[in-house]
Design a binder for this molecule. Structure first.
Ligand SMILES: Cc1cc2nc3c(=O)[nH]c(=O)nc-3n(C[C@H](O)[C@H](O)[C@H](O)COP(=O)(O)OP(=O)(O)OC[C@H]3O[C@@H](n4cnc5c(N)ncnc54)[C@H](O)[C@@H]3O)c2cc1C
Length: 285
């Protein structure tokens, strides 16, 4: 299958990418190409011009300081999976993305900017309280992970902006995190993804950040689950009860398909939330 015709530009810096986006109305950035090219071949996207950001050195790689980890938008999933300084919820989710080819070519920036409801990373970044840094004609700006995805395949990015970095807090003692996933049997995309980050002190949950994706049009923060946990002494029973609260956070607009109906996903989602919470609790030590 061939994509529609397009003009090709290669950007060598973030500034050049922003200028090219301004010059070419309707142009699309291309990073790993794993989502954009299939869409073009299926004629679901016809951007006219592609701006290749794949060689911009400043968008590559992961760095850490005492407080934060900074993940460049062009970092591939395999590099995230291998970085033992990143929180487990993230390395675990990155290691479960697609297959080795996808993990060595697909980028963190492309994954979240595409805002596929079945993607794993928007859910994980929401639970981690990540901040997304974006560059545009007016300079750079930041947005919280909770506000980055605005709907099905929609984000807060303007057409002349690119995502440059995802910033996450460093894992601390007493904090455990985990991801649980119901895999699409063909693509391995998430039919349900549950991410949990628990801060535990003296056996009690000090703070809980929980998010689910795959079955909602965009990643969803599980506030009811969080409030059922915070301030409580953790036990298997409490976690099971808290996970059941996810039904209050999902809303009515759920996704179903030939692999799993809306009703089925709604029925089993608490089990995945429970699994993520139990593993996060264990890992919090
Ligand atoms: C067979 C298969 C299985 C997969 N399985 C999974 C899975 O299990 N879980 C999962 O989460 N994902 C999965 N993916 C998605 C994959 O992991 C990639 O993350 C995803 O395809 C997008 O990354 P990319 O670098 O290829 O982006 P591209 O295809 O290059 O771009 C995607 C979109 O993002 C935009 N974009 C790219 N980079 C930026 C940027 N820096 N700033 C602004 N916009 C940008 C592009 O303009 C385009 O609109 C799968 C993909 C395939 C093909």
């Amino acid at each position: 299958m061939y994509p529609p015709k397009f003009d090709y530009y290669r950007a060598n810096s973030v500034d050049e990418a922003v200028s090219l986006l301004q010059e070419h109305n309707g142009a699309k950035l291309i990073a790993g190409g794993h989502s954009l090219l299939p869409l073009m071949k299926l004629r679901l996207a016809d951007p006219g011009a592609l701006i290749d950001i794949g060689r911009i050195a400043s968008l590559q790689g992961i760095s850490h300081d005492d407080e934060t980890s900074r993940i460049g938008a062009l970092t591939v999933h395999a590099a995230v999976e291998r970085d033992s300084q990143l929180p487990r919820v993230l390395t675990e989710a990155a290691g479960w993305i697609g297959d080795p080819q996808v993990r060595n070519r697909g980028t963190v920036g492309g994954n979240v900017a595409h805002a596929d409801p079945a993607s794993d990373l928007p859910t994980v970044f929401m639970a981690l309280g990540a901040i997304f840094e974006m560059a545009g004609p007016g300079g750079s700006r930041q947005v919280d992970a909770d506000d980055f995805c605005t709907g099905l395949f929609m984000t807060d990015l303007n057409p002349d902006e690119l995502l440059t970095t995802v910033v996450i807090p460093r894992a601390k003692n007493g904090v455990g995190s985990a991801y649980a996933k119901m895999f699409n049997p063909a693509s391995r995309y998430a039919m349900i993804g549950a991410a949990a980050v628990l801060s535990v002190e003296g056996g009690a949950c000090r703070e809980a950040h929980v998010a689910v994706g795959g079955l909602t049009p965009k990643a969803t923060r599980a506030r009811s689950v969080e409030s059922a946990l915070e301030g409580q002494q953790l036990s298997e029973g409490l976690i099971k009860e808290a996970a059941a609260q996810i039904q209050n956070d999902l809303g009515d607009d759920l996704i179903g398909d030939i692999h799993a109906s809306v009703e089925y996903r709604r029925q089993v989602v608490p089990t995945f939330v429970q699994q993520a919470l139990e593993k996060a609790w264990q890992r919090a030590g």
